[in-house]
Design a protein around this ligand. Structure first.
Ligand code: AMP
Length: 214
């Protein structure tokens, strides 16, 4: 099954994607995770991506499309995928259409997780990400037992640069300007399934399950 998750930053795309892949037996493909890994490794692509990420801006389409194209060549992607954070522009969506046509497949569902802006600001500024395993705690909703220390692996927790309030506001502007037009783009194909992302993780998971029938 080929699925795209669309939603503003902090809507819970990553969390829901992880739950879906266990159930569906397909890989999660997260461009944000791939860029963070490249930043950590200090590759030239990572340096370019970091510049954009720190500003709350999008990484240029040609870089993102190249990264996704490469990822699709791995054998596990043949089983299907949950794309989390890609596409984010109409240009990327068109490139994805072409890639999928080339692979002889197509999208089954575009799941849109809807959450109002103010709700997201509270969620994101409270996020603390583990430097070692990538797990995300939240100072209010999922506080670690010891401040600054990951419950899962005892790694250091930090506030991602792109989770700072000013950056979040910029990311939301970017989302409304560049990514939300995708909802109309895919709406024409009749594959958009909207869910309320303000609910608990379990409720959102249930709504997605119902929406995609799996
Ligand atoms: P995410 O973890 O998906 O919120 O992504 C974090 C940041 O990585 C974004 O704010 C962008 O700067 C960059 N990024 C991730 N995916 C894309 C994409 N599909 N197109 C452009 N930039 C992206």
């Amino acid at each position: 099954m080929n699925i795209i998750l669309i939603g503003p930053p902090g809507a819970g795309k990553g969390t829901q994607a992880k739950r879906m892949i266990d159930r569906l037996g397909v890989p999660q493909i997260s461009t944000g995770d791939m860029f963070r890994a490249a930043v950590k490794e200090g590759t030239p692509m990572g340096l370019k991506a970091k510049e954009c990420m720190d500003k709350g801006a999008l990484v240029p389409d040609e870089i993102v499309i190249g990264v996704v194209k490469e990822r699709f060549q791995k054998p596990d992607a043949k089983k299907g995928f949950v794309l989390d954070g890609f596409p984010r522009t109409i240009e990327q969506a068109k490139a994805l259409d072409a890639l999928l046509t080339g692979m002889g497949t197509k999208l089954d569902h575009v799941v849109v997780i809807e959450v109002p802006d103010d709700f997201l600001v509270e969620r994101l500024t409270g996020r603390r990400t583990c430097k070692t395993c990538g797990y995300m705690h939240h100072v209010k909703f999922d506080a670690p037992k010891t401040e600054g220390v990951c419950d899962k692996c005892s790694g250091d927790l930090y506030l991602r640069d792109d989770d700072k309030e000013a950056t979040i506001r910029d990311r939301l502007t970017t989302y409304h300007g560049q990514t939300s037009p995708l909802i109309e783009y895919y709406g024409k194909a009749g594959i958009v399934r909207k869910v309320d992302g303000t609910k608990s993780m379990e409720d959102v998971q249930g709504a997605i399950k119902k929406a995609i029938g799996a």
